[in-house]
Design a protein around this ligand. Structure first.
Ligand code: NAP
Length: 322
């Protein structure tokens, strides 16, 4: 079947990652639909895509909110694949964890139910390292797809929302899916180029926080880094790989970074920002977490962009190259 005969729905095409999916799907020749919470966002999405050189003639918009049953069946109907990226991702922890958990979990259930009813072949869902690596006390542990965060542990609302939503999604396809296929991608911190002003809490917190001098301390943890282009590419690979149904894939480049490492990299490679950066180097205090990205690499011949390049691509797209 030609790509143009295959319709793919992106749930949440207005976000940092969602825009990148839409761009890559259009470039690959698919007929693409995207949902946005409000059609008023359409202009901004089109502008970001057109600035990136996309041909938007094969793109359709549907209005749908994760918190409402409205329009899901209409949006999904006629699609072979559904890519579910939308989930609340605020920079700050809300007072009530259900502000994140309910839309993340119930929204994914709405998507899966509509996909099953419309005979969609496969849903690819964006979960997170949040659902893998937040309740393992052994600091020598190497995290991979076999690990799960314990949602009953004392964890921040966002981490819990991703864990609960992914578990509920797997449970749905197991118990009610009726043959609907699910693949899940679990990215670490996503960086890389932003399209317009559509960037997420990861870029806002780490890159803007450091370059604008708002962050003065390097927390004592490290995080994995992955480029948004590689995360989108991995979703598209999982969408069509015959054996990827029923599998989760950890999406991370090699190695991890602390906030201080990011600050040092930007000072060295983009010295024009050095005077604004307020973080002093404290790497000796950071715990360097370990992750195994062999599964995605081996299954898909996936060659993620180096973490340093992903960070600098965010900086350059936000602030311009010198
Ligand atoms: P983002 O730019 O904030 O995108 C979030 C998307 O979800 C937006 O399109 C947003 O729509 C949509 N959304 C939120 N609440 C919604 C609701 N109630 N109904 C419909 N849509 C809703 O963040 P992102 O980085 O692209 O995140 C995309 C996905 O990747 C999320 O599932 C996130 O958990 C996951 N993830 C992100 C990272 C990271 O470091 N960025 C790491 C791991 C996993 P609006 O534009 O209308 O707000």
């Amino acid at each position: 079947m030609k790509s143009s005969d295959t319709t793919v729905l992106v749930i949440g095409g207005s976000g940092f990652l969602g825009l990148q999916w839409v761009l890559q799907l259009l470039d690959a020749g698919y007929s693409v639909r995207t949902t946005v919470r409000a059609l008023a966002k359409k202009g901004k999405v089109l502008q970001a895509l057109q600035s990136a050189g996309a041909n938007v003639s094969r793109l359709e918009f549907f209005e749908a909110d994760l918190t409402s049953d409205k329009n899901w069946y209409t949006a999904v109907s006629g699609c072979r694949y559904v890519l579910h990226v939308a989930s609340p991702f605020p920079a700050d922890n809300p007072q009530d964890e259900n502000e994140l958990i309910v839309p993340a979990r119930d929204g994914a259930q709405r998507v899966l139910k509509a996909a099953k009813e419309a005979n969609v072949e496969r849903v690819v869902m964006t979960s997170s390292f949040a659902a893998i690596g937040y309740s393992e006390p052994d600091k020598t542990h190497v995290f991979s797809e076999v690990d799960w965060t314990d949602e009953n542990a004392p964890i921040p609302a966002y981490i819990k929302s991703k864990t609960v939503a992914e578990k509920a999604a797997w449970n749905f396809v197991r118990t009610q899916g009726n043959g609907l296929e699910l693949s899940v991608i679990n990215p670490v911190g996503i960086f890389g180029p932003v399209m317009g002003d559509n960037y997420s809490a990861s870029v806002a917190t780490v890159i803007k926080g450091i370059v604008d001098g708002k962050i003065t301390e390097s927390p004592d943890f490290t995080f994995g880094v992955v480029d948004v282009r590689d995360v989108a590419d991995l979703h598209l690979k999982a969408m069509v790989h015959p054996d990827a149904a029923g599998e989760r894939f950890l999406a991370t480049s090699d190695g991890v970074m602390s906030f201080a490492d990011v600050a040092d990299l930007i000072r060295k490679e983009r010295p024009q920002f050095a005077s604004e950066i307020n973080i002093q180097h404290k790497t000796e205090d950071s715990f360097y977490i370990s992750m195994d990205n062999q599964k995605a690499k081996n299954w898909f011949d996936w060659k993620p962009i180096a973490k340093e390049s992903a960070i600098l691509a965010s900086v350059d797209s936000l602030y311009g190259k010198a």
